[in-house]
Unconditional design. Sequence first.
Length: 458
Amino acid sequence: MKKLLTLLFITSILISACGAGETPTAAVEPSATQGGGKTPTVAPAVETASRLNVKEEALNGLEITVWTPWYDVEQSLFESLVRQFNTENEWGIKVAVQSQVSFAGLYESVTASLPTTEKPDMVIALPEHAQEWFANGVVTDLTDYVDDPKYGIDSLDIPIAFWEQDTAGDARVGVPAQRTAQVLLWNETWANELGFDSAPETPEDFREQACGARASLLKDDSAQNDALGGWLVDTEPMTAYSWMLAFGGGVLEEGNYRFLAPGNMDAFKYLRELSETSCAWQGSETGPFTPFTSREALFITVGLGSLPNASRAFASAASTDKWTVIPFPGEDGGVLAVYGSSYVILDSTDEEQLAAWLFARWLLDSEQDARWVEVTHLFPLRSSTLDLLGDYERNRPQWKQAVDLIPLGQMQPQLGSWRTVKIMLGDGFRHMYRVNVSSGQVAAILAQMESMAKDLSE
């Protein structure tokens, strides 16, 4: 027993000595001067093994092709990232990039290339495109890559609404490349002068403020602005989708398209009533920012990437009004419908698929993610990226307000047919305003949308 206590005492001293400095990373054999009679040697560090069954040396000099939907600033940044990766990556992988100019052009080009040997290894595509290609058996399931002990990724650092968009059942058909949303902009200074001390949290709050803004313009000396003041109507598909979600609706029910649903009817009726009472208006020829800065619209709707345009508009107008980013107000809280492109890897050899994955994983690193934010002004894909964006965040408070809304994010339908159904939704929403459908007739519009959606999904 005495020997055991002595041994434990000595052991505790040794452990304490190790803890006082850096944790040892390798074991050292005793040297001859220490009485061991051996030359000092360092035990090799244990390297985590990959489960992907690809020899690392097979990647050296391997070239993969990536197709993009961009042509301007985004393409320029992506090409600079490709050059950096080609120079710095430890595996010797080479990436060749080709622009297809637009998402529509990329979809058509990739689809045409799939039966050929000329198809790319990776594409930056919309998730609905990836869903269709996956259903046709030509997209690599990335589950094993994401979970690989050596080459995997920490998905917990990526907001769930961003990450889960690219799943099909238990399979992963892509990983996020960009994420954005339609958001509402609210002129806080003007609202405060009208007697509203906080942003609208419910549809009724939104109606009250929009109608209050319109009423204030009725009191001035100009008759030309009597129908202005409230929400400047925006008929983008994701705006329509956001309002549907805000009222507890959507476009799916048990995996099938359903437009003629109570929440959707409430949303469309509400929006048409805003127009019928002149608390919402349309027809700005100058775009949304001029009426917003000149107090002709208390609310406008824009894509996240357009926030710098709003800042410039206020500066050009020499307006000191404070404006704020808010979600779409719903009965159960605010709503943010998230969308954007994804990195999609097409089936090829094990080596080419791993090379493409390593490039996609590198693009998702916080350093590269931060560069994307600074150029595109979209959402950071990783929570940790915010640590690199302190100056950007401080200089762009409205962007930070949008980032704070990410926990409200909801996804689009995870269906290949959403590619065309989304366009139909926008067309139907615009038609409702173009022909001034009355609030009592919105059910007929939704019924027609539902019928068309089912036809498009067959």
